[in-house]
Design a protein around this ligand. Structure first.
Ligand SMILES: C[S@@+](CC[C@H](N)C(=O)[O-])C[C@H]1O[C@@H](n2cnc3c(N)ncnc32)[C@H](O)[C@@H]1O
Length: 231
């Protein structure tokens, strides 16, 4: 998978790119590159934003600047790009990122992520260049860099070979393997700590009973969550 992140702060990704599962994925031939729209802006002083029409606080990322960056990178009209690859604008009000969306995106050969800053995108960027809008939660961060990293992380750990143990990414909270339910609890040594024990079944060595217990715990957690979600 090729992931390209359009960001005014490419250095934010230096740390992320060095994380073990990411280096594993890169070692397998996947790519994660950043493109800085300041490098291709035609505005003086490297400007990329402007004041909003109609007034109000903050600055808005310009459509011509984002178009220039996309054109330079893909040598194509950005309007046509979204037919070739998913172009995802990170927006607080977009489609909420969940395991199903991460799974869907992990099957794509290429992703383009657009990070907003300041007041956000000129709406024409979202309308004409993006195939998707994705939100990592109903709250507002200063920019799209952390949301882009969250999205990358949810996707990259699903790529075969990215994690040390392939099974780690299969039976996880919200996965199809657990019917979309939260994961069951885990315990490790010591088996007793301050009088807090470990469920007997996990020490039994009986794989079938352990599997059944875990499934039951996972379903119980889903059932306990349901009334909360429906409230
Ligand atoms: C300060 S925010 C802009 C918020 C915008 N004025 C609003 O009220 O929706 C700047 C940028 O951060 C990113 N961002 C902030 N919160 C986000 C979230 N929860 N999910 C995805 N992206 C987010 C978006 O790219 C956004 O354009």
């Amino acid at each position: 998978m090729d992931v390209e992140v359009f960001t005014l702060f490419p250095q934010w990704f230096d740390w992320y790119r060095g994380q073990r599962h990411v280096t594993n994925a890169l070692g397998l031939g996947h790519t994660l590159e950043c493109v800085d729209p300041r490098a291709t802006t035609t505005l003086s002083g490297g400007a990329v934003d402007d004041t909003p029409f109609g007034g109000g606080a903050g600055m808005v990322l310009r459509v011509d600047v984002v178009e220039a960056a996309l054109r330079a990178r893909y040598e194509a009209d950005p309007v046509e790009l979204r037919a070739r690859r998913r172009v995802i604008a990170l927006t607080p009000a977009g489609r909420l990122l969940d395991d199903a969306l991460a799974e869907e995106l992990a099957a794509e050969p290429a992703l383009t992520l657009l990070c907003g800053r300041y007041e956000g995108f000129d709406e024409r960027i979202v309308e004409h260049f993006a195939s998707d809008q994705v939100s990592i939660g109903r709250y507002v961060l200063a920019g799209g860099e952390l949301p882009a990293m969250v999205l990358c992380d949810a996707v990259i750990r699903k790529l075969p070979g990215a994690l040390g143990h392939a099974e780690s990414a299969q039976e996880e909270s919200f996965s199809a393997a657990l019917e979309g339910a939260p994961e069951y609890p885990h315990y490790t040594r010591p088996a007793e700590w301050r009088g807090w024990g470990v469920p007997e079944v996990l020490l039994s060595g009986h794989h079938e009973r352990v599997r059944a217990w875990r499934r039951e715990q996972s379903r119980a957690r889903a059932a306990a969550e349901r009334p909360e979600r429906e409230a």
